[in-house]
Design a protein around this ligand. Structure first.
Ligand code: 13P
Ligand code: SF4
Length: 425
């Protein structure tokens, strides 16, 4: 029997036809019900997630795409793709719902999808089924003749929003005033490193200031790159990825002060900043914040011998309590490479975990958090939007295009190309 997708399960639970719970029953509604007017990232987002003023908003989706059955939408998507042929390439992140993933030409983590966007100059349109910062990156790395389309403009990322360009510039000014701008022993006082999960403006900031981009699959390689060129690192927006990666490299947590944007010197003393090796921005992912040490302890009691793997966006105590941590593709490969039937407890987004469980019936695979709570913004991409953007392309119209201005794109590309060229040690 095939396993129900996350979307199907949420609908069954909400209708009272299945056991289990979802973090927000509003997830069972169509995402278009939250596209306009609602301040927030929609059902399932944490209360602290507020869309910044100026973020793109999705306009209305034509009714025919809201009322069509999922089967009809699948048929329309397939037909549009067939008509477009090589003119379109569809990229899908691992956290997308199964109803989208089945139409993706490439499925991957943010690093793999950045490479995929670069590798398809034949496609005049790249439809990015992921979130806004990923589509921006695809626009920067793809050719000028290509359009990048985000099927639902409300698919942002609350973590990326936690570091805005003005706050990072203000932090940088304070650090330059404290450290001075001159290199010591051939090394810059501080190298800015931005997680891929950030705006194009911040990637451009890194490009202009000798910095680099990282993803969860290459954060250690990138930090090594940065320490070859600088005495310390300013890491944003995800404090957890920064802390977990630096700790694994042997850096003491005492040398990783947290920068709290509104306070002078980020709430630190001058001495703490002089002693710092990694200055961590105060951002986090509300999906990975849900995982706890208690969940891991329970999994170990319920399933002695369980292999616990979590994403490095989880808080440090969770990563420390797990057996392994790694990017989404690391998790996928760990399961694929396990030859003996095993039990895996996974700490990452539910769509990916359930898909792995369905693909690997030889293993027992479950999510550490028993509550079904997808990434609320990844979940805003529904087959209705995919059918709409593809059918508009067939009609010769590009809708929901993501465009990064030339000056920003050129600086951001410098930081992205440094990342793509950074080699493992
Ligand atoms: P990766 O795709 O780099 O594993 O990141 C996970 C994530 O949170 C994407 O938003
Ligand atoms: Fe952003 Fe977290 Fe969702 Fe990734 S999983 S898009 S980091 S909110």
């Amino acid at each position: 029997m095939t396993q129900a997708s996350v979307d199907e399960r949420i609908k069954l639970i909400s209708a009272g036809n299945a056991t289990g719970s979802t973090c927000d029953p509003g997830l069972a509604k169509g995402p278009w019900e939250f596209d306009s007017g609602t301040p927030g990232y929609g059902p399932g987002a944490s209360l602290g997630d507020v869309i910044p003023v100026g973020s793109p908003r999705q306009g209305s989706l034509p009714d025919e795409y809201k009322t069509a059955s999922v089967d009809e939408l699948h048929a329309r998507i397939r037909a549009a793709k067939q008509t477009l042929g090589e003119r379109v390439v569809i990229l899908g992140h691992f956290y997308q719902r199964d109803e989208i993933v089945q139409h993706a030409d490439y499925l991957g983590d943010s690093f793999q999808l950045a490479n995929a966007a670069k590798a398809h100059p034949e496609a005049e349109a790249i439809v990015f089924c992921g979130v806004h910062f990923m589509a921006e990156t695809a626009d920067i790395l793809s050719g000028a003749h290509q359009s990048v389309i985000l099927p639902n403009l409300a698919a942002g990322c609350s973590m990326a929003d936690m570091a805005d360009a003005d706050s990072v510039e203000a932090c940088w000014e304070q650090l330059m005033a404290l450290y001075g701008e001159d290199a010591v022993d051939g090394k810059q006082p501080v190298i800015p490193v931005t997680y891929m999960n950030s705006s194009a403006a911040l990637k451009a900031f890194c490009g202009r200031n000798g910095g680099i981009v990282c993803t969860s699959s290459n954060a250690a390689i990138v930090l090594q790159w940065a320490f070859e060129r600088g005495q310390r690192v300013l890491f944003f927006p995800d404090q957890h990825l920064g802390r977990n990666t630096a700790k694994a490299m042997g850096i003491s947590v005492d040398q990783m002060p947290l920068w709290q944007g509104r306070k002078a010197l980020g709430g630190n003393t001058e001495q703490q900043l002089h002693d710092a090796k990694v200055i961590l921005w105060n951002g986090f992912c509300s999906v990975h914040k849900r995982f706890t040490v208690d969940q891991i302890e329970k999994a170990r009691v319920d399933y002695p011998g369980v292999r616990v793997i979590v994403h490095p966006e989880c808080p440090m105590p969770v990563v420390d309590a797990a057996d392994e941590n790694g990017s989404t593709d690391y998790i996928r490969r760990a399961i694929e490479n396990a030859h003996e039937p095993s039990v895996f407890a996974i700490g990452t987004e539910i769509n990916m975990v359930q898909r792995l469980a369905a693909q690997h019936p030889e293993h027992t695979i479950f999510c550490l958090d028993p509550v079904i709570c997808p990434c609320s913004t990844m979940y805003r991409i529904h087959p209705g939007y995919l059918a709409w953007v593809l059918e508009r392309l067939v009609a010769g119209e590009v809708v929901n295009q993501i465009v990064v201005d030339d000056a920003t794109a050129s600086d951001a590309k410098v930081a992205l190309e440094r990342m793509l060229a950074a080699k493992p040690l």
